[in-house]
Design a protein around this ligand. Structure first.
Ligand code: UD1
Ligand code: CA
Length: 469
């Protein structure tokens, strides 16, 4: 079976048009509707991703309402055309013509607010449309209200009637149009140009169906495996449903790929997250954004990991990890907080109430209890005593703390940045370190001072007989 995310070779020259000009009033939101995230990704980008997976090129979004905001959020992953005023779905697709021009043989029309179709379903639509002027994605719904109805005669599609214009008999039809279709490009452009406005002033894409039927052209029709795939998102309730659908799909994908979910219903993994085999996820755990988790990790319970990379065999319990990078076998929690820019090397242990921000923690180092490491670089095998704080902020600027390898930081040490501790340095409990500490030197007190005889020179003397400099 084909991996749903593997990109198809662009054998057919199919261009995609994503309709996203509508206002989305029912969302009651300052954010444009198509930018609301579903399973961690703006719905428009889900749709664009699908088009990309299908090998569509170019992918053109038709924008109108809050066009600038939509453009900026989508970045350069998409081409844009503006539709102003918005005169209906047929008018919207026509706006994309210059952007697709003669570069494509076929056009796939998608809606920016309908992110639930699977790549498999759209592939079968493209197959059904091969050699045909038009093919539609339809679905049989128990409640077809609001959708255009598919009219068939002797099994063949012969018409499409919008709900507002439908008779009682037509409204009783359960088969609806999803909005998604594919069409032969030359046929599409010539027929779009002949659309007539409806009484509300709009040009309907769906009138193409009647045109094709009148010309005696066979119209392809494909239904998805699950009717939910055609769901459009118009309000917050549908947004919630769509989130549930994509999270549920992700759970099934993860389990199929060898990830254990102890309580799937309370495990929320965003669409773009990757999780390695034999990782175990405990209840109440959220993996969000662009997170990548290695193999054999154990995450949760009660854990939030966002936009972070975890190597193999990491363990994160009851903790929050955001924008962090963890190498192999890192142990986090309970109750730790790794913030953006935390780079944690292999075999590090960060325990109860440890916070790390914009810092490197070297391999094998430990901060087991109550600590804050901010704007710091720690070497290997550093022991961070309970209550250690990098005082990185003087009220105006942030300053750096640099700690060498094998440093032992006594409990309740304040490292007043900027400050550096050489390899093997030690601090006494309660030390307030305001000046750099030489390698192997012990400092104590407030402010911390070197303890005579507990430094490099003393050590050097001791080691001299063994031939060390
Ligand atoms: C449309 C279909 C209907 C189908 C339904 C599925 C038409 C006339 N009707 O109806 O048969 O069952 O979708 O959801 O096509 N848009 C633009 N520019 C416009 C108008 C719309 O970009 O001028 C975009 C909207 O942002 C939206 C999509 O097109 O993403 C659909 O528009 P909408 O007004 O919701 O169409 P429906 O009335 O739902
Ligand atoms: Ca709609």
């Amino acid at each position: 079976m084909k991996d749903s995310d593997s990109i198809d070779p662009p054998e057919q020259c199919v261009g995609a048009v994503i309709l996203a000009a509508g206002q989305g009033t029912r969302m009651r939101s300052a954010l444009p509707k198509v930018l609301h995230p579903v399973a961690g990704r703006p719905m428009l980008l889900h749709v664009a991703h699908l088009a990309r997976v299908l090998g569509c090129q170019p992918i053109v979004a038709v924008v109108g309402h809050q066009a600038e905001q939509v453009r900026q959020a989508a970045g350069d992953s998409l081409a844009f055309v503006e539709q102003s005023p918005q005169l209906g779905t047929g008018h919207a697709v026509a706006q994309a013509r210059p952007a697709l021009a003669d570069r494509v043989e076929r056009v796939l029309v998608l809606y920016g607010d309908a992110p639930l179709a699977t790549a498999e379903t759209l592939r079968s639509l493209l197959q059904a449309g091969a050699g045909r002027a038009l093919a539609l994605l339809t679905a049989e719904l128990s409640n077809p209200r609001g959708y255009g109805r598919i009219v068939r005669a002797e099994g063949r599609v012969v018409g499409l009637v919008e709900e507002a214009e439908a008779s009682e008999a037509i409204r009783a039809i359960g088969e609806v149009f999803s909005g998604v279709l594919c069409a032969e490009a030359p046929w599409l452009w010539t027929h779009l140009a002949t659309l007539q406005p409806h009484p509300n002033g709009e040009f309907y894409l769906t009138d193409l169906v009647r045109m094709a039927a009148l010309e005696g052209l066979p119209i392809g029709a494909v239904q998805p495996a699950q009717p939910e795939e055609i769901m459009g998102i118009n309000d917050r309730a549908q947004l919630a449903q769509a989130n549930q659908v994509l999270w549920e799909r992700k759970r099934r994908d993860l389990m199929a790929a060898g990830v254990t979910l102890l309580d799937p219903g309370s495990t929320f993994v965003d669409a773009e997250v990757l999780v390695g085999q034999d990782t175990i996820i405990h209840p109440n755990t959220y993996l969000r954004g662009r997170t990548v988790v290695g193999q054999g990790c154990e995450l949760g319970p009660g854990t939030l990991i966002q936009d972070s990379q975890l190597g193999d065999r990491c363990r994160v319990v009851m903790s929050v990890v955001e924008g962090a990078e963890l190498a192999e076998r890192v142990q986090v929690g309970p109750f730790a907080h790794l913030r953006p820019g935390a780079r944690i090397e292999a075999d590090v242990e960060l325990g109860n109430f440890s916070e790390v921000k914009a810092s490197v923690v070297g391999a094998g180092s430990k901060a087991h209890h109550f600590s804050y490491l901010g704007d710091a670089v720690l070497g290997k095998n550093v022991n961070v005593g309970a209550g250690t704080i990098t005082c990185n902020y003087d009220g105006v600027r942030k300053h750096r703390t640099v700690v060498g390898d094998n440093v032992f930081i006594g409990s309740d040490t304040m490292l007043v940045a900027p400050v550096a501790l050489g390899d093997g340095a030690r601090t006494g409990a309660g030390a307030v370190v305001t000046r750099d500490v030489a390698p192997e030197q012990l400092v104590v007190g407030v402010p911390a001072r070197p303890v005579p005889g507990k430094g490099k020179q003393a050590d050097a003397k001791e080691t001299e007989p063994r031939g060390q400099p």
